[in-house]
Write a protein that binds this ligand. Structure first.
Ligand code: FES
Length: 620
């Protein structure tokens, strides 16, 4: 038997080198060395986002996919798709900034939680009598006696890992100790004077936000945001479920499970947050996580086969409490993680958190809440009828810049707003940097402007007779920027417009289906709440002009920021808010959009651009 050859691959500018067996793609080599290259399609060779440049060495011949996704000029320069190129010698590989998943505009802010801190975790300082030969009661018995005498707590149970810390603590520190309890269970013993902290996590498909909070005062002590490193395995939930299912079928192939990937990130973020604030991981006595159904399954390493195929059944969609250590999270020894309940299908605890955080469930008027992401969740709250319905639309990652030739996430150098005059294209980039691509808000502006100037028609087709529409290597295109510093031109193609049409068609169909199910129309809606980063940065006039949202003549728009982050912080701080989350999840009626009777018609109609000018003028 001949042994497979090994090659060494060095990545720049990451400065990492990895040895891999022949037959390992450059994408997998990058993953093995911990580099997150954007891989929207999960490595299927169809998204074109995993672009790398071969600087030195030989690789497999250019594949058909690469010919369709990379210009011949760039192929000449060594550009390849990391998922489709395999080493045939040692390699030096450059990763362009646009292919990295790190460093993009993360939105941590939402409204501050307006909730009284009443955490399920309490702390009790007790003075423990030293044992003697006459009274040799166990350490735990002496703690229990003091809890009873001082606080009336009877028969507490104790977490075994918390207990392991007690003997040394009682003999090292003073006779006073701090006992962290959750209901009647002792979950940690800490030095006297310690105050319990908690971490609220908004676990998004693309982004993760974590907030370290003081459980007594309810204050945020520190916060952090990061890209979900699972994006290197596919941008949408289906690609990740596929990856997870397929990898488990190949137990001999070295790979990191998606559960491990996200757990490592949460441990890493926890470590940085506590270090920043001078406490230890053991002070973190509670954690609350809100995520969509797929994210929670992957986090907990639950089976996902049944979730990936119709009728998309979750292993669990109620709230659950899991010992943090059993979920692989290193905080206080006996601490739990509380997962917020989901609503149905892929509408998970993050949407429940968004509803709590934005207070939609308490509105006295008809309110529509939209959280645009790879999956867009929409809720319609109608207090007049006492109804509340929610659904999820597969809007895909186009608004994150994926599936769009020069699309990118909202990172430095991304064009975030566009205005067209009769002759010029006026752009603004994030960080006022040299443009290197276009993020969602820039893409929507571009479409609105192209439509306003008649450069595309109501079906989204370019007016090819207009001299501003050029013929590029991949068909008709409109040039946004001629580029600079060797970054290349930035264009929007007919195919890109079609991608956005698919996304907007799904969202529009979702909104209309909810209104139809509730028996209302656009005139009845009083408020539209847009949550999440994209909903915050989007230009509302452009969004209405392209028909992403219907015009709501009587509605005010409210761009609330990361209200899922606000909601999960509220749930971390308060048992009452956890109960409210349960009630919301039980009350909301979940609508399965894809089987809804008029979905296909609405979807097709939603892909078009509005024929009459919408009431965009009413938006401030
Ligand atoms: Fe390589 Fe999509 S084309 S990951």
């Amino acid at each position: 038997m001949t042994a497979l050859k090994k090659y060494q691959i060095s990545f720049n500018p990451a400065g990492k080198t990895v040895d891999v067996l022949a037959g390992t793609s450059i994408l997998d080599a990058a993953r093995l060395s911990g580099i997150n290259i954007s891989a929207v399609c999960g490595g299927k060779g169809s998204c074109g986002k995993c672009r790398v440049i071969i600087n030195q060495g030989n690789v497999s011949p250019v594949s058909e996919n690469e010919v369709t996704l990379i210009s011949s000029e760039n192929i000449e320069k060594g550009h390849r798709l990391a998922c489709s190129a395999f080493p045939q010698s040692n390699l030096k590989v450059d990763i362009p900034e646009v292919s990295m998943t790190d460093e993009f505009k993360l939105q941590l802010e939402g409204e501050n939680p307006s909730v009284d801190a009443d955490s399920p975790v309490k702390s009790y300082e007790v003075k423990i009598k030293p044992p003697s030969l006459r009274e040799p009661a166990s350490d735990l018995a002496r703690v229990s006696d003091e809890l009873k005498a001082g606080f009336g707590i009877t028969d507490p149970s104790v977490d075994i890992y918390a207990l392991k810390k007690l003997p040394a603590l009682l003999r090292k520190e003073s006779s006073e100790t701090m006992v962290f309890m959750r209901q009647n269970e002792i979950i940690g013993f800490l030095p006297a004077g310690s105050s319990p902290a908690g971490i609220a996590v908004d676990l998004g498909t693309t982004k993760v936000a974590a907030y370290l909070m003081d459980l007594k005062s309810g204050k945020v002590i520190a916060s952090a945001g990061a890209v979900n490193p699972q994006t290197a395995y596919g941008d949408d939930v289906m690609s990740r479920l596929d990856y997870s299912i397929n990898q488990k079928k190949k137990p001999d192939t070295p790979y990191r499970s998606l559960s491990e990937v996200i757990r490592d990130l949460i441990n890493d973020m926890t470590g940085k947050l506590v270090e920043e604030t001078g406490i230890t991981g053991e002070h973190v006595a509670d954690m609350c996580i809100a995520g969509n159904t797929a994210m929670i399954h992957l986090f907990l390493d639950l089976p996902v086969e049944q979730l990936a195929k119709s009728p998309y059944v979750a292993a669990v969609d109620t709230s659950i409490d899991v010992k943090a250590r059993e979920a692989g999270i290193n905080i206080c020894p006996g601490a739990y993680i509380h997962f917020l309940p989901g609503i149905g299908g892929f509408v998970g605890g993050d949407h429940t958190a968004m509803i709590i955080g934005s207070g939609i469930d308490r509105k006295k008027h008809i309110t529509l809440g939209v959280d645009i992401g790879t999956n867009t969740e929409i809720v319609l709250h109608n207090p007049v009828k006492g109804t509340c319905r929610a659904l999820s639309c597969p809007s895909g990652p186009a608004f994150e810049g994926a599936h769009v030739s020069d699309g990118m996430r909202a990172a430095k150098g991304a064009i975030e707003s566009v205005r067209l005059t009769d002759r010029e294209v006026l752009c603004k980039t994030i960080g006022d940097a040299e443009p290197i691509g276009m993020c969602g808000s820039g893409i929507i502006d571009t479409l609105a402007e192209l439509y306003r100037l008649g450069l595309i028609n109501a079906r989204g087709r370019f007016d090819r007779d207009n001299p501003r529409i050029k013929q590029g290597e991949f068909g008709s295109e409109f040039v946004i920027s001629e580029g600079g510093s060797g970054n290349g031109r930035i264009v929007i193609t007919q195919k890109d417009i079609a991608e956005i049409q698919l996304a907007k068609g799904a969202i529009r169909a979702g909104i209309e289906s909810l209104m139809e199910a509730d028996g209302i129309d656009v005139n009845d809606v009083s408020e539209v709440i847009l949550a999440g980063a994209f909903g915050t940065y989007i230009n509302l006039v452009s969004a209405v002009e392209i028909g992403l949202f219907p015009a709501f003549p009587n509605a005010g728009y409210n761009q609330v920021g990361n209200s899922a982050g606000t909601g999960v912080r509220m749930a971390l701080l308060s048992g009452k808010e956890r109960k409210r989350a349960e009630e919301i999840a039980l009350k909301i009626k979940y609508l399965e959009l894809t089987t809804h009777k008029s979905f296909n018609q609405r979807f097709a109609r939603g892909m078009s651009f509005p024929l009459e000018k919408q009431v965009a003028d009413s938006i401030d």
